[in-house]
Write a protein that binds this ligand. Sequence first.
Ligand code: ADP
Ligand code: NI
Length: 214
Amino acid sequence: MKSTIDNTVEFVKKQLEGAEAGHDWFHIERVWKLSKKIAAAEECNQDVVELAALLHDIADPKFHDGDETLALKISRDFLESQKVPEDVILQVLFVIKNISFKNRGEVPENLPIELKIVQDADRIDAIGAIGIARTFNFGGFKNNLMYHPDIEPKLRMSKDEYKKSNGTTINHFYEKLLLLKDLMNTDEGKKIAEERHNYMLLFLDQFYKEWNVD
Ligand code: ADP
Ligand code: NI
């Protein structure tokens, strides 16, 4: 599958030209590398893991008018053009369809290991120093406030509320980022998440200290 993976890298780079900096090729590259690292300790189909990691944000609904089918269509067309076997295509599409944090209530039980791996990798890239940077970049992209002392985080948002939420960037830590550590699927994922989680707690402490000048 080496040449298929190489072709996928080229395809994804091209598709994501001009993407928001938190969801660009470099996000994909980090998730791809993290997926390989996590996969090394698991028994899994390596091709499915790598193709799913590379294609998982090929058409994120939040940048495509909420369209949740576009990524599946683009991925299927591409994988078919590469003559990838149908059973591999189906497994890759399953990962892409079910990876998202906002869908966490609807995912079927007994998840395939390939989904667990790529989901952990994607979530790890949402936390720690990179997670902080991506989150402020996205908040700026949406013109959201960094922080407002009177706007409380909204825990337990429905999927629709979550997608529409334009709360503050600091609130996104409580609404998503700080929850990810306990949602990790794999042992390796848990280990990496722990350190990054603690770094975010330090960041928040320092942020409030500097905000509240006295
Ligand atoms: P998923 O890709 O799992 O569906 P999201 O779309 O919720 O997850 O978010 C991906 C990343 O985009 C987040 O980790 C964060 O960096 C950024 N992001 C999403 N929503 C917000 C928000 N409301 N404020 C700031 N950053 C956000
Ligand atoms: Ni992603």
